[in-house]
Design a protein around this ligand. Sequence first.
Ligand SMILES: Cc1cc2nc3c(=O)[nH]c(=O)nc-3n(C[C@H](O)[C@H](O)[C@H](O)COP(=O)(O)O)c2cc1C
Length: 181
Amino acid sequence: MGYNGGMQTPVTIFAIAGSLRAASLNLALLRAIAQIAPPTFEIRIDTGLGNLPLFNPDLDADSLPAVAAMRDAILAADVLMLASPEYAHGVSGPMKNALDWMVSNTSFIDKPLVLLNTSPRATHAQAALRETVSTMSARVIDDACISLPLLGSGLDAEGIASDPVLRQTILDMLQRIRAFF
Ligand SMILES: Cc1cc2nc3c(=O)[nH]c(=O)nc-3n(C[C@H](O)[C@H](O)[C@H](O)COP(=O)(O)O)c2cc1C
């Protein structure tokens, strides 16, 4: 991060979509962000959410490879980006499962975090997510959190990335992340 001999060090982002659906809008949004992002960002999209066991505090988290991999990816990133669907006015089960696994390690503590929402009407899940990550001591970058009207759009990652309005909203969001540091 910051300036180093005139070269801007990339901001690294680890991004998790809270949906296991192949045609997930939340995953499509993350893919679009990775496509659009200038080289001053390095974006890694999580592929391990579905490999996490159901949260059970009796299990030794450190000995579970999927849990350790997610923890290490979050710890290594400058920014954590979360995009969760709303199911029945709540955060998706897979996303909440991941968050519960991360409570007992240090990965969320003081971690700059951005919340993305693919449906502006899905306010309950966003509010719950914000409450949970704040309780886990993450630092939500408020002005970089965005809601995009993607539900029902039929757009995939390429469609999102090539829509001029969506593209500009995403670039503005990335600029606000950059300004945070
Ligand atoms: C079981 C179920 C419950 C849902 N409940 C809500 C809801 O309470 N509020 C809402 O805005 N959308 C709701 N939706 C719509 C999803 O949030 C929407 O389909 C979203 O795109 C799913 O995320 P994905 O495209 O990343 O898989 C629900 C969808 C399903 C399948």
